[in-house]
Design a protein around this ligand. Structure first.
Ligand code: AMP
Ligand code: MG
Length: 489
């Protein structure tokens, strides 16, 4: 079965629109590897010219690859907590599959689901999606991947005139919670069943061993999204638009828009300029993901009712949904223990982590630099000699915390050398800070794509020292600390 969804009411067969004067802006060798692409000495596909036209959407073949039925799929969703009805791939076109990856062109032109949109994506948002997809992957966080960005001279109108670009994405599947919601809203149990059965067959075969395969499917999707959210929190990633149509059924980070990594730690940081109520603030992400899983559960209810009474179905799904907070919390504690270099578990750990986060919030300490800096600490240190202590306003408070932290390390006989290397494998040195993406975008808008390539290289090894690039690890200069990004893309 090709793309898990079947039938005219599930997708539109539609070819990408022509893109004017396409050119390479970025290319990920690591993503290319996923589909077994052979590369030339420039690090581009062997038939570079053909691949350029293919990824721009100007032709459907390259080398021995030939796509015959590109499609856009329909889904619905809740946007900012409100039912938005039918949405769908309004600017993303699925070309087909290579190896086990679906390849999708984002910004490839209008589809039946474009509504008022022009089907395009601008260069700046394509660069952000490309870099962040690959950066998240390198951080070890489940995500859709980005193979390439193709720029063009094609004008598109946003707040001002910009140029269109295409981001070629790879994923085993681009299915979202919104796909279930769509068919639930149409009361089409037949489509829901087809969706669930295909999802199980291709991505969750373990469910078949369970007495309640659909319930198990829900539990697995929910668990993956719970651990995903804990991973986001652990690197200070704010997605920005956690609408149900942007939540993957495979538990992947998907649809990079006005996302942002925390610079200074502020637990209520909002990265999306359009999110005036702060619904998608950093500290709300776990709760919001749980809410999204509730939407999924309610749209999977008719599936449970195929074999169970309404009451039993509701009860089983409700209980399954209630597992989310515990799964989330367990992964969160495990991640933050590791971020602090603990190998054992103590009952006071949550309190210790929370005390630290409160102190960091109060002093607006850089999240990434702080955790990276922990590897410099020795258990022989006196709290007042610890360099990162100086980043805190309330020194007494942080000295007390460090004293408790050092005692905690000593209680588990932590060995400095071992802890250091473990810490440097979990606390990244490099993240895609907004000001870095912005610098790459501004150069690219002047046809200099070198910074896109450099950032891709640096962010592909976020845990390595890469001393020559140390300036890229620094927090932004104060005056550009608070770049907020809007939904306009
Ligand atoms: P996003 O905010 O990118 O997740 O998009 C939300 C919905 O709007 C999806 O259905 C998109 O396909 C659609 N959309 C966003 N931008 C455009 C555009 N420029 N043209 C057509 N549809 C769009
Ligand atoms: Mg989306």
């Amino acid at each position: 079965m090709a793309f898990l969804l079947e039938g005219d009411d599930a997708y539109q067969l539609v070819s990408p629109s022509r893109l004017l004067n396409p050119h390479w802006v970025g290319f990920s060798r690591s993503a290319a590897n996923l589909i077994g692409l052979e590369l030339d000495q420039n690090g581009l596909p062997k038939e570079a010219g053909e691949w350029l036209q293919l990824l721009a959407g100007n032709q459907l073949h390259a080398g021995n690859i030939n796509f015959t039925d590109p499609k856009a799929s329909v889904y619905s969703g809740h946007q900012f907590g409100i039912w938005a009805g039918q949405l769908g791939d309004g600017r993303a076109i699925l070309l087909g599959k290579i190896a086990d990856q679906e390849i999708q062109l984002k910004g490839a032109g209008k589809t039946r689901y474009s509504r008022m949109g022009d089907g395009r994506a601008v260069l700046r948002s394509s660069i952000r999606e490309f870099l962040c997809s690959e950066a998240m992957h390198a951080l070890g966080i489940p995500t859709t991947r980005a193979l390439a960005i193709i720029g063009s001279t094609q004008p598109v109108m946003r707040e001002a005139i910009e140029t269109a670009a295409v981001c070629a994405r790879l994923s085993p599947s681009f299915l979202r919670v919104g796909h279930f919601e769509h068919f639930a809203s149409l009361e089409s149990t037949q489509h829901l069943k087809q969706l669930a059965d295909n999802l199980i067959a291709h991505h969750y075969p373990e469910c078949l061993e369970n007495k309640h395969p659909y319930l198990e499917l829900f539990k697995m999707i929910s668990a993956r999204n719970a651990t995903l959210t804990a991973l986001w929190q652990s690197v200070g990633f704010c997605h920005g638009v956690l609408n149900t149509d942007n939540i993957s059924l495979l538990g992947l980070t998907i649809d990079y828009g006005p996302f942002g990594f925390l610079n200074q730690f502020e637990y209520d940081h909002v990265c999306n300029h359009s999110d005036t109520s702060g619904r998608y603030a950093y500290h709300n992400q776990p709760q919001i993901m749980h809410w999204n899983m509730a939407c999924l559960a309610s749209s999977m209810l008719p599936l449970m009712e195929i074999t169970h009474s309404k009451e039993v179905s509701k009860k089983l799904l409700t209980l399954a949904l209630e597992e989310f907070p515990q799964i989330y919390q367990d992964s969160w504690v495990q991640l933050f223990r590791a971020k602090l270099g603990f190998l054992t578990e103590e009952s006071g750990d949550i309190e210790l982590i929370e005390r630290l986060l409160i102190a960091m919030h109060q002093s607006k300490v850089d999240f990434t630099c702080f955790f990276r800096g922990l590897s410099k600490i020795s258990t022989e240190n006196n709290p007042t000699n610890i360099e990162i202590r100086n980043e805190f306003i309330n020194r007494d408070q942080i000295d007390l915390w460090f004293a408790d932290y050092l005692s905690r390390l000593l209680r588990e006989n932590s060995i400095d050398e071992k802890r250091r290397s473990a810490l440097n494998e979990i606390n990244p040195k490099y993240i895609l800070r907004n000001h870095l993406a912005q610098a790459a975008i501004e150069k690219a808008q002047k046809n200099d794509f070198s910074e896109v390539g450099r950032l891709l290289e640096i962010l592909s090894n976020p845990y390595e020292e890469q001393a020559q690039f140390s300036t890229y690890a620094a927090p932004p200069p104060i005056h550009i600390n608070d770049i907020k990004v809007s939904c306009s893309s």
